[in-house]
Ligand binder design. Structure first.
Ligand code: AR6
Length: 179
């Protein structure tokens, strides 16, 4: 695990599975516009949460790239899920700004609900094709940039699938907040 603190907020990068983070108040979904179960992160979250999650999501859809909405966690160990629609790389522009907006809007939903902890996957870097190196820099910049404005959040975790993505996010965090 790679960890940095900024003010009283801890930012962590861990290798793991987004549906296996029982100690956080919300996990973030790399959703589709219709907020339906899909592949990747969305598939894993809907499988673990059970069908009631899709039922709660239906009236909130569709959402636009960069947007974030919050629901309950249903059968997940987490009380909440925050669903973000990342940009499809090469189609939704400006891609960098839309990706940053996902992270900022997810943090805003968490703060509105007075959450203390949230875990993000690497939004847009799977089916949506965003290059992970660039996405990691944008994600870390967005979270570190928002940190001074946060009131309730104390812990923000990035959960990366695989050693390569973990190393990329950890490097971006170390670069943005040198020890
Ligand atoms: N835990 C953590 N990371 C994961 C997990 C997991 N369980 N599963 C995959 N990843 P993606 P996107 C990584 O495709 O690019 C869906 O079909 C994965 O290796 O889930 O935003 C939706 O329905 C990759 O690095 O999200 C949408 O249509 C990253 O998470 C679309 O894909 C994101 O991969 C969203 O595409």
């Amino acid at each position: 695990m790679t960890t940095r603190t900024i003010g009283d907020i801890t930012i962590e990068c861990v290798e793991g599975d987004i549906v296996d983070q029982p100690d956080v108040d919300a996990i973030v979904n790399a959703a589709n516009a219709q907020l339906r179960p899909g592949g990747g992160v969305a598939g894993a979250i809907h499988r673990a949460a059970g069908p009631a999650l899709a039922e709660e999501c239906a009236p909130l859809a569709p959402i636009r790239p960069g947007a974030a909405v919050i629901t309950g966690g249903h059968d997940l160990p987490n009380p909440h899920v925050i669903h973000c629609l990342g940009p499809v790389y090469g189609r939704d522009e400006p891609a960098d700004e839309l990706l940053a907006a996902c992270y900022r809007n997810a943090l805003a939903r968490a703060e509105e609900t007075a959450l203390e902890s949230v875990a993000f996957p690497s939004i847009s870097t799977g089916a949506f094709g965003f290059p992970v190196e660039a996405a990691a820099g944008i994600a870390i910049d967005a979270v570190v940039g928002a940190a001074p404005t946060l009131n309730s959040l104390r812990r923000i975790r990035f959960v990366l699938h695989g050693k390569g993505d973990h190393a990329t996010y950890a490097r971006a965090l170390e670069h943005r907040l040198p020890a």
